[in-house]
Design a protein around this ligand. Structure first.
Ligand code: PGA
Length: 253
């Protein structure tokens, strides 16, 4: 049996102000009350919503994280927040390299590499997101792109740092489109990612790294994806904005 933990995470993106977010977190917490989910549950609200969500989830099984960070500790970086600010709020997770950061905002591997290291040195657990575009998949270069994204940002981490890192495979063409990778296609890419981590950090580290799938995960398709050997959880966007659909992924029917 694998020692890897399972994580179901909700990425709220730029949705839910602090009032709406507190109410959604309260509904999720109410749905979990008295139950023992077989996974860790992490919510990623917008920065301004985080404090309200932290208040609501205190004492519950739910953890929270930030959707992004900057890599310096403080200073003249208007609009940015640091690992320390996230950590001091009581959050333990942070997303790094989400496809919208890469493709809408234009973040490049050198920045992502610095962000990932800042998260780790600030005591946070980075969820490092990778994934190919539709063109890359159709041209047959998906695995090359994804293993390149792993290599260029994770190379040089210590074994201890890799041991605290979570990966999320999110094919760009599946995010917010209603089009999900088949369990076989997702499972095979997860296997490729785990193989790459094994080459870089050894089989032990590879065996323990949680690799989440993201891209139009819903209650109706989550169980089949999560059944795959190398899929250790889900990073859920749209379906995490409604308590019953998010809980339907945490507790598949
Ligand atoms: P989606 O988003 O579930 O709405 O496709 C996933 C994500 O971007 O993390």
């Amino acid at each position: 049996m694998s020692l890897r933990r399972t994580i179901i995470a909700g990425n709220w993106k730029m949705n839910m102000d602090h009032i709406e977010g507190a109410s959604l977190a309260a509904d999720i917490a109410a749905g979990l009350k008295g139950k023992k989910p077989a996974c860790e549950i992490v919510l990623f609200p917008p920065f301004t919503t985080l404090p309200a969500v932290m208040g609501v989830i205190a004492g519950s099984v739910i953890a929270a994280g930030a959707q992004d960070l900057w890599y310096e500790e403080n200073g003249a970086f208007t609009g940015e927040i640091s690992a320390g600010m996230i950590y001091n709020l009581g959050c333990r997770y942070v997303l790094v390299g989400h496809s919208e950061r890469r493709h809408v905002i234009g973040e490049k591997p050198d920045i992502l590499s610095k962000k990932l290291r800042a998260a780790l040195s600030g005591g946070l657990i980075p969820v490092y997101c990778v994934g190919e575009t539709l063109d890359e998949r159709e041209s047959g270069s998906a695995s090359e792109v994804v293993t390149g994204q792993i290599r260029e940002v994770l190379s040089g981490l210590s074994g201890e740092e890799m041991g605290r890192t979570v990966i999320a495979y999110e094919p760009v063409w599946a995010i917010g489109t209603g089009r999900t990778a088949t369990p076989d296609d997702a499972g095979s890419m997860h296997g490729i990612i785990r193989g790459m981590i094994s080459d870089m950090f050894g089989a032990g580290a590879a065996g323990e790294t949680p690799i989440l799938y993201g891209g139009s995960v819903k209650p109706g398709n989550a169980a089949q994806l999560l059944e795959m050997e190398d899929i250790d959880g889900a990073l859920v966007g749209g379906a995490s904005l409604d308590a019953s659909s998010f809980l339907g992924i945490v507790f598949p029917a």
